[in-house]
Design a protein around this ligand. Structure first.
Ligand code: BES
Ligand code: MN
Ligand code: ZN
Length: 496
């Protein structure tokens, strides 16, 4: 984690290897003018900043950067970072903060400073989280470069901001949010032989130790006793112990119904007997991103000590073909008694979630949100730019959509009309686990709905958004951390 410091120093006074300055785009192509507060810094740079802006070498566009070389005293480098067009939302600042930290990482600066000018609290939140997200790396599995060639990773950042109480709270929020994202991204980056179901047990125990959360862990035997034949049929192809892990944060009144967050935790998804094609199969290490998002959100919420009860439930296993694996045509019984005909063993996420959603009922939840890398079809519907949102309660879906928008994780609703249910009717059992190609994400959601019993519920399909297959500038290739932001923002909305 990036170590973050707040300071009231002026940009011309701070001693730092790199100072990031954030500027919004101008209007109608007019050159940007140098903000008055930066005049002393510009003087220290012998006018290079003002000249750069006047020449329109830097225009403040989204993700735009320009590096100015400074003196040895003060800021050794000044990096201009574009915020893009007004209004400068939290998401815009987060993105710019991440871009800035990634420039610092490329330059090998080790540490940096960021000038938050007269930013609003929401913008400071975004900036602080963004810096930390941009500095994030997963170096564990690489041999470090020789010292002579090594570029220092960014380990510390000083944020220059005005002395205001709401700035301090925003700073703490951004830092806690980044800590949650770091957990989710780390789990998402870990290969399937490193992130196993046991890793989720250890992650939960870490949460318990740091923040005093309650932890419940079920293995194969305990799940069998609960009648979780749906979850267990996915796990029957692997010798690895499957894990249902529940973490309880109790910050609210003892009798206040909790918000329950549920996550799909497939540490790897080969497809099972309905095996996936070899090309790109390695991406399926990300199939635990829903569960990673739950763990990350729990970290953020517990750090902030919000007065609310939140339970996180993840179902972790690995979908493998083997002599003991479940086969197409097999019929299994879930813990609510419903029978399921397995049509395709690659539609395993919904089988795991089915028993988790039944399990969630025992917490008498105020609301349940589940997140899962559930369907390839959501990529066809919404691409990589939006989370798929599903649920029978349009107002609740809208609440989740707004939480996503606010947190830079846009989502969009798809219909869950009864008509689609026809596709998951079985000839031999109560349900079948796939509904064919048409509307694949919707029929998956309707399958889940069969296991939702009387509580408000929204399903988030993050298969298109939890992992980026290209470098996006503000996010490197790899896990994005989605849906941590949406979960956290939703809970925050309920706290207020
Ligand atoms: N984890 C996958 C979903 C997925 C597929 C995410 C491709 C990202 C890219 C899920 O378990 C799965 O395999 N779903 C199947 C369902 C189908 C068999 C009905 C799919 O989407 O192909
Ligand atoms: Mn699958
Ligand atoms: Zn899967």
């Amino acid at each position: 984690m990036l170590s973050l410091l707040a300071s009231h120093a002026a940009p011309s006074q701070v001693q730092t290897p790199m100072l990031a300055v954030f500027l919004p785009a101008g209007t109608n192509g007019a050159p940007l003018s140098c903000p008055a507060a930066l005049a002393p810094l510009d003087a220290a740079l012998h006018g290079a900043l003002a000249r750069t802006l006047a020449r329109r070498d830097f225009r403040g566009g989204r993700d735009e950067t320009f590096v100015l070389t400074g003196a040895d005293d003060g800021a050794q480098r000044v990096v201009l970072v574009g915020l893009g067009k007004a209004p400068g939302t939290r998401a815009q600042w987060r993105r710019a903060g991440a871009v800035a930290a990634r420039v610092a990482a490329k330059l090998g600066c080790g540490g940096m400073a960021a000038w938050a000018q007269d930013a609003e609290p929401a913008q400071i939140e975004g900036l602080v989280a963004g810096l930390s997200l941009g500095a994030w790396t997963y170096p564990d599995l690489r041999t470090p470069a020789p010292a002579t060639e090594r570029r220092e990773p960014v380990t510390s950042a000083t944020v220059l901001l005005a002395d205001r109480d709401d700035a301090r709270a925003a700073f703490a929020f951004g830092d806690a949010l980044a800590a949650g994202y770091a957990i989710a991204r780390r789990l998402g980056m870990m290969p399937g032989n490193v992130c196993t179901p046991e890793t989720f047990v250890e992650t939960a125990q870490g949460l318990a130790e740091r923040h005093g959360l309650g932890v419940t862990v079920l293995g194969r035997a305990e799940m069998a006793a609960e009648g979780m034949g749906s979850f267990l049929c996915v796990a029957q192809g692997t010798p690895e112990e499957p894990r249902l892990v529940a973490v309880e944060y109790r910050g609210g009144a003892a009798d206040a119904p909790p918000i329950v967050l549920v996550g799909k935790g497939l540490c790897f998804d080969t497809g099972g007997i309905s095996i996936k094609p070899a090309p790109d199969m390695e991406w399926m290490k990300f199939d635990m991103s829903g569960a990673g998002g739950v763990m990350g959100a729990m970290e953020t919420i517990a750090r902030l000590k919000w007065p609310v009860n939140v339970v996180g439930i993840v179902g972790a296993t690995t979908n493998m073909p083997s002599g003991t694996a479940v086969k197409p045509g097999d019929v299994v019984r879930a813990s609510n008694g419903k029978t399921i005909e397995i049509i395709n063993t690659d539609a395993e996420g919904r089988l795991v979630l089915a028993d988790l959603l039944v399990f969630a009922k025992r917490y008498q939840p105020a609301v349940v949100l589940d997140a899962a890398t559930l369907t390839g079809a959501i990529v066809f519907a919404l691409g990589h730019n939006a989370v798929g949102l599903f649920g029978p309660d349009a107002a609740l879906v809208e609440e989740v959509r707004i939480a996503g928008e606010q947190s830079g994780e846009p989502g969009w609703p798809l219909p869950v009309w009864d008509e689609y249910r026809e596709q998951i009717k079985s000839d031999v059992a109560d349900l079948r686990n796939t509904g064919g190609r048409p509307a694949g994400s919707i029929t998956a959601a309707l399958f889940l709905q069969e296991f939702v019993d009387g509580y408000p519920w929204v399903h988030l399909d993050v298969a298109g958004t939890a992992y980026s297959q290209s470098d996006l500038g503000w996010v490197p290739k790899g896990p994005t951390g989605t849906p941590v932001g949406t979960f956290v923002e939703f809970v925050r909305g309920r706290v207020r």
